[in-house]
Design a protein around this ligand. Structure first.
Ligand SMILES: Nc1ncnc2c1ncn2[C@@H]1O[C@H](COP(=O)(O)OP(=O)(O)OP(=O)(O)O)[C@@H](O)[C@H]1O
Ligand SMILES: [Mg+2]
Length: 270
């Protein structure tokens, strides 16, 4: 469904931030994109959703294809109509609009009022708290409710692929769990999800497959049950002391070609 091939992205004249990223997202399930701060996760999302230009970035090599069509460098208006809808990092709901107005704003590209109405009803079932607060202004919602609203607003656009950037950021553990459950539910209903997370435990618990981005390259990828067993992933992202006798501190080596010992994984040499 989404095919990213050899993608190189730069901001201005600086060194590339993505350095040849290839990644396929199929037509179902949840794919998690993991990586530490500054690895390039958000940049990859921007390249896919056509928002890179807004941040002074651009694709200098490689391609992004969605449903067989080349969309490299396409703008957001076009990618949304094609069914690629992003919930950006930091939510960005309309604080001055009510919950219901926020939802309606998500459906501007949907022509059929019957479809809009049906989807809105479904969103209120999926997020009962939003139904209770449908007349409340977005800015008065709690952080968790704002995240739910941002996801619901994106779903109003009838995505064929939902892009979620750090939906758990800043949320209490109970809400992180709820967001995870919601992501599973969305994918069960037939909308595939590309999920960017720093909370690797949550991401690995909801995703079917995952890949790890490090310094602009994909260094590990595979089914989540295999990745969760990987010493590198456990040590770096799950806080586990994977090797007896070795500390789980911050000085652990980054996963990459030639480091670590992860025979069960398909490794991408970059
Ligand atoms: N608009 C921008 N202009 C210049 N450099 C940028 C811009 N946005 C991001 N970068 C740089 O690109 C690199 C990757 O950033 P990006 O935001 O994609 O990482 P990330 O993996 O999403 O990190 P985080 O986990 O902190 O959200 C970083 O070095 C960052 O400083
Ligand atoms: Mg980010």
């Amino acid at each position: 469904m989404l095919e990213i091939d050899g993608l190189v992205v730069r901001y201005g004249a600086r060194a590339p931030v993505l350095r040849g990223v290839s990644l396929d997202v199929g037509g179902s399930g949840v794919v998690a994109l993991l990586g530490s701060n500054g690895a390039g996760k958000t940049t990859l999302m921007r390249a896919v959703s056509g928002t890179l230009g807004l941040y002074g970035g651009g694709v200098t090599e490689g391609s992004v294809r969605f449903r067989g069509e080349r969309i490299t460098g396409a703008d957001t208006a076009r990618t949304v109509v094609q069914g690629l809808v992003q919930v950006p990092e930091g939510r960005h709901i309309f604080a001055g609009l009510t919950v219901e107005e926020n939802l309606n704003a998500g459906a501007l590209t949907v022509r059929s009022s019957a479809v809009r109405e049906r989807t809105r009803r479904r969103m209120y079932e999926l997020f009962p708290q939003l139904a209770e607060r449908r007349r409340a202004r977005g800015g008065t919602l709690s952080g968790g409710e704002q995240q739910m609203l941002a996801i619901a607003r994106a779903l109003m656009a009838q995505p064929r692929l939902l892009l979620l950037d750090e939906p758990s950021l800043g949320l209490a553990p109970r809400l992180v769990h709820l967001v995870g459950e919601t992501i599973r539910e969305i994918s069960r209903e037939g909308v595939p999800v590309l999920l960017v997370e720093q909370n690797a435990a949550m991401a690995l618990s909801v995703a079917d497959s995952a890949c790890v981005l490090d310094l602009g390259r994909v260094v590990l990828s595979g089914p989540t049950d295999e990745l969760a067993q990987s010493d590198d992933v456990r040590r770096l992202y799950l806080g586990a002391d994977a090797d007896a006798g070795q500390s789980a501190g911050g000085s652990a080596p980054r996963p990459g070609p030639g480091t670590g010992n992860t025979p069960t994984l398909s490794r991408w040499s970059g």
